[in-house]
Write a protein that binds this ligand. Sequence first.
Ligand SMILES: N=CN[C@@H](CCC(=O)O)C(=O)O
Ligand SMILES: [Zn+2]
Length: 432
Amino acid sequence: MSRPYRLLVKNAKQLVLICKNSEKYLTKDGMQNLCVIENGSVVIGSDGLIKAVGPAETIRAQYAEALFDKVIDAAGMCVLPGLVDAHTHPVWAGDRVHEFAMKLAGATYMDVHRAGGGIHFTVEHTRAAPASDLLASLRSRLVRMQRAGTTLVECKSGYGLELQTELKMLEVIEEARRSLPINISATYCGAHAVPKGKTVVEATEDILRVQLPRLKERMSAGTLRVDNIDVFCEQGVFDLSSSRSILQAGKQMGLNINFHGDELHPMNSAQMGAELGALAISHLEEVTDAGIAAMAKAKTAAVLLPTTAYILRLPQPRARQMLDAGVIVALGSDFNPNAYCCSMPIVMHLACVNMRMSMPEALAAATINAAYALGRSHTHGSLEVNKHGDLLLLNATRWEHLIYQLGGHQELIRYVIIKGDIVYDNNKILDL
Ligand SMILES: N=CN[C@@H](CCC(=O)O)C(=O)O
Ligand SMILES: [Zn+2]
């Protein structure tokens, strides 16, 4: 018989709870003043949920008689909630390393896209790839993210642009969800680009009349779980009105609206998303002041993606204006063949240096606010009783080292824990 408690992590130099009053998200001062306990412990039950967090002395007294499957002495270490990556495109075949060279030589994202590269290149390879290959590469990407501290990740389809391949991608995501410990939020992104040979109107019709109805059947039958609907709302891709009709149709099916907006051109995507009750909008490099105000009012999260602006040499999203206006700011890696980054610690570092966020703001954005953007902040994003026991242990006495040491997360992260189980032990890997 299993013992009543799965894990005790005791005596952490810093135990970073993020928040402690069941906040669904943090804004403004709440993001600056994270809840941190010096010398703390956390208890995870056999159901994988957090049973207690607090000062080490208090937990020691309360759990003096308890039995634990495992005890980790975290003296000299920091404990943080597992990181949440709110935006990724991790299912695809065919890398685009050749395009990186083109972009370094001056080609823009849309130059490459119009020349038949970019998303179209990946679509061609992903359509041709067997599901087993897509699953194998997805697994290794997710394991890589997990090693960098991510315990909940959003995963999009969107390199099929027709029913069969979009379903193939969502099935691969579903299989990963069933077979890997990492938590997944699945997103249907059939409107990621207008497929070759179709107009926007035809592509929109195909999504509304063919793809979404089939998806609805599969969701009702319980063979596919999809959480969010996404569209690339952009000049030369899906315009405002086609984006609106696709997002509305998804919402009617019970999906959360969570889409790409105002990336390369100001499209008024933010205002449209706020009006539709979008849970999140990603990118926002070109969002207007009115868009920022609308998102703050509607509690629509802004998922900022520092790797995109960095790699494409775009203007940075105006994080400071959004934060000052009270927008719920979250972060994502945007892992995709254009931006090959699996590491949320690197994303937080870029957010601090290039977008002028503070370290506490970046950590809040990569935990509780990213969980909010995925509709999961009641279960993830902070170390609070009854939430999932997903955490990281750092070989450092201050948590800020995770952001400060650019690219140092591989050495810093000692353990990654999901629902009380150790899913990554740095010492064991290094011993191999
Ligand atoms: N902007 C649209 N989609 C992706 C890029 C996808 C790709 O280039 O394959 C993004 O979020 O950056
Ligand atoms: Zn994206």
